[in-house]
Design a protein around this ligand. Sequence first.
Ligand code: AMP
Length: 394
Amino acid sequence: MQRLPSLREASPAGKRAFVRVDFNVPLQDGQITDDRRIRAALPTIRYLLEKGAAVLLCSHLGRPKEGQPDPKYSLAPVRAHLEKLLGQPVGWIPDPFTPQPLEPGRVYLLENIRFFRGESENDPDFARTLAQWADLFVSDAFGSLHRAHASVEALPRLMREKYAGFLVEAEWENAQRVLSAIERPYLVIVGGAKVSDKLPLLRHLLPRLDRLLIGGGMSYTFLHAQGLPIGQSLLEADHIEAAREILAQATQEGKKVLLPLDSVCATEFSEKASPRVFPHEPGAFPENYRGLDIGPATIAAARTFIAGSRTILWNGPMGVFEWEAFRTGTVQIARAVAEETQKGAYSLTGGGDTASAVEVAGVASQISFISTGGGALLELLAGQTLPGIAALLA
Ligand code: AMP
């Protein structure tokens, strides 16, 4: 496994640390509705402060029009929240073009980096402007590492002193436990809406895993590929062939695969729909129904599948867990994964929806590691080189 340069090896005293964080938090009426991403960066910030560095934090928020400030996406609410979490004032840097002295022991927050032209284009001149603020670079924006943007890629390439922050280090080390340093049997659980999002991950992990559980909206394309009835359930016609190939390869390599045996269904895609359970058996699944959660027979089979696994990776919910009537499958899988973890298995869950699902099920504290990454995690698990990691190692 390739080691990332660790922040513990740095000598940050008296230096200006430019820390790329991922403070892309959900906001409603100017209020932060979930501050997990901010809290995840606190160990790195506190460590740098204790070591006597001046800490300049840089993040994006949302998708403002490239190079155009938009008050809707200002990081000002994040600054206020960060002051409360840190218990100290946070200086405000409205733009990176007007130099300002940074004092050791103090924290500063730069306005949304996507307000400035050059960030999303990975412009080297813009990266040079950012480099003027930094004696050393710390990468702690795990959720953004798959983006070749100036503050993630071009800037660390320019810097001599660069380190992984504690969040990126933890994410990286935990990812290795499901990529290379694997304890067997290894179970991969995938769900969520789209087959296309998960295909690269499935292809990369298939040779490594022992057991594969596919649930959620994406599973219906796999069931269809096997000639089983799915009614009006989600179907990605373009990926039926890929699904068939994955199932054939799994059989050939002796992997155990579990697809939904039954689904909790409705005639419409609605929170208020009355749920009914049908098995995916020829003649038994009505044409006008769609699967919105895995059913009780699937949950029972999944429990025996999860039991005895030593490594469990889970990405994507088993159904439309946002709606109470279609939540049971996801909650039961979360509980079973948590129970197995209590028995000594290693578990990693990732993707925003899976992290929320684990919280909804009330078992977040029993999972070995909950990744903060969405797209970045999927790319890492698909064996791709993340631009932000490559730049750190360059
Ligand atoms: P993803 O972002 O691909 O992980 O997908 C997560 C989304 O998939 C969640 O918002 C779920 O509501 C949705 N989802 C899961 N199962 C189904 C299903 N059977 N039908 C439609 N949507 C689903």
